[in-house]
Design a protein around this ligand. Structure first.
Ligand code: B12
Length: 318
C-alpha cells in the first residue's frame, strides 16, 4: 500500500506546475453523516429545480456504476478570484458572479489535470484514474473536506484557512489503494453569521442551503420563463462569499488571487459592460460561449437581463 504523504510529496511539484493551488487525498468513502444530510436535503426538496440531482444517488454515495471500484480520491483546487473583478465588475449596475467572468472552469480544470493524469497512468499502469469536474455526480466539497483542503462553512462552501473559498474543485477517482492520515481542518466560522444575514432571499441557515431559494440557482439552474427576484444578479451570486471574512483580501497576509490567465476578467467587462445588456443571440454566443454561463441558454440570459433591468427601474423609483 502507498502512503498519501509519499504520493503528495512526489507529485507536489507537478501539481503546482499544472496550476493547482490545493491538493489532498482521501478514501473513496462518503461519511454516513453527510449521506444522511444530503438525503434529507433532497427529501425536503431543497435541490429546487435541479431535477438531475436526485438521480444517480448510488454513484454519489458509493461510487457505483463507474466500471471500476474507486478506493481513493485525489482532490485538487484552483483559485479563481481576479482582483480586476473588484475594479471593473463590482461597480457595474448589474452583477455577474466571480466565477463567470473568465473561461469555463469545467474545461480549464480538465485541461490543467491532463499532465497529472498522464503521470499517474504512467506510474500506476494497472490502475484506473477518472477525473470529475461537476461531471461526475459525487459530492466534491465533502471529498475535499475529507482530504484536508478546508472546512465546510456556514454558507456551505469549502473554505481554506489561508486561501478563502474562491477556488474550484476537481476530483480524480482511482482504484489505487492509498493510506491516508488526514487531520481535519477545524471549523473557523465561530459566531459569525455574515453570510446568513446578507443573503437577500433567506437561502441559508447555518451549514445548510435551500438551493431552491438561492440566486445562483435561479439564474443558472432554473429554466422556467419567470424566476424570483435576483437582486441585480444576472449570472450566479457571490453575496455569501463576498461578505465572508475569510475572503477579505485586504485582511489576509497572503494574496488570494488566481494565477491562471483563463480566469482573468474578460475584456467586455472592462471596455463596455453596459453592452452586455443588449447582446443578441449571436453576440451572447460570441462573448460568453467559452464561459461557465454557457450553462444558461440565450432565453435564460434575456430573462435574467430583463428581470434585473426591471428591478433597477423599481429601485430608482423608490
Ligand atoms: C448543486 C450545486 C450547487 C447548487 C447548490 C449549492 C450547494 N451548496 O450545494 C447551487 C446552484 C445553489 C450552487 C451554487 C453555487 N455553487 Co455550486 N455546486 C453544486 C454541485 C454540483 C453539487 C453540490 C451538492 O452536492 N450539494 C448538495 C448539498 C446538500 O450539499 P451541501 O450544501 O454541501 O450540504 C452539506 C452541508 O451543507 C450539510 N447539510 C446540508 N443539508 C443539511 C441539513 C442538516 C439538518 C444538517 C445538519 C446539515 C446539512 O451537509 C451536507 C453534506 O456535507 C457542486 C459540484 C459537486 N459535484 O460537488 C458545485 C460546487 C459546490 N459549487 C461551487 C460554486 C463555486 C458555487 C457558487 C459559488 C457559484 C456562484 N458564484 O454562483 C454558488 C455558491 C452558493 C452556496 N452558498 O453554496 C463549487 C464550490 C467550491 C468551494 N470552494 O466550495 C463546487 C464544488 C463546484 C466546483 N467543482 O468547484 N451550486
Amino acid at each position: 500500500m502507498i502512503e498519501s504523504k509519499e504520493i503528495i510529496s512526489e507529485l507536489a511539484p507537478l501539481i503546482e506546475e499544472c496550476g493547482f493551488d490545493l491538493f489532498g487525498i482521501c478514501e473513496a468513502v462518503i461519511p454516513e453523516e453527510d449521506q444522511k444530510n444530503i438525503l434529507s436535503w433532497v427529501q425536503e426538496g431543497k435541490h429546487g429545480k435541479m431535477d438531475w440531482y436526485p438521480k444517480n444517488m448510488d454513484l454519489r454515495f458509493h461510487f457505483r456504476n463507474l466500471g471500476f471500484e474507486p478506493k481513493s480520491v485525489l482532490t485538487l483546487g484552483t483559485l479563481y478570484n481576479d482582483p480586476e473583478y473588484d475594479i471593473f465588475c463590482k461597480t457595474m449596475s448589474f452583477q455577474f458572479s466571480r466565477y463567470t467572468i473568465g473561461e469555463d472552469y469545467h474545461e480549464v480544470l480538465r485541461k490543467l489535470a491532463k499532465p497529472l493524469l498522464s503521470e499517474l497512468r504512467k506510474k500506476f499502469p494497472n490502475h484506473q484514474f477518472r477525473q470529475g469536474v461537476d461531471s461526475l455526480p459525487v459530492p466534491e466539497k465533502v471529498l475535499a473536506r475529507e482530504a484536508g483542503l478546508g472546512w465546510q462553512a456556514k454558507n456551505t462552501n469549502l473554505i481554506h484557512p489561508d486561501l478563502g473559498s474562491y477556488f474550484f474543485l476537481t476530483v480524480i477517482l482511482t482504484d489505487l489503494p492509498i493510506v491516508v492520515a488526514n487531520v481535519a481542518v477545524k471549523d473557523r466560522c465561530g459566531t459569525c453569521s455574515a453570510c446568513i444575514d446578507s443573503c437577500p432571499t433567506g437561502a441559508l441557515a447555518p451549514y445548510q442551503i435551500d438551493a431552491g431559494k438561492c440566486i445562483s440557482h435561479h439564474t443558472l439552474e432554473d429554466r422556467s420563463s419567470t424566476i424570483p427576484n435576483t437582486f441585480g444578479w444576472i449570472a450566479g451570486c457571490d453575496i455569501c462569499q463576498d461578505v465572508c471574512p475569510w475572503n477579505d483580501v485586504k485582511a489576509r497576509k497572503k494574496g488570494i488571487q488566481t494565477r491562471r490567465e483563463e480566469f482573468k476578467t474578460r475584456s467586455i467587462f472592462k471596455e463596455d459592460p453596459n453592452s452586455i445588456l443588449d447582446l443578441d443571440e449571436r453576440g451572447f454566443e460570441k462573448t460568453f460561449g467559452d464561459s461557465a454561463i454557457s450553462r444558461m441558454n440565450f432565453s435564460m440570459f434575456r430573462r435574467n437581463v430583463e428581470l434585473v433591468k426591471d428591478w433597477s427601474r423599481k429601485k430608482k423609483n423608490i
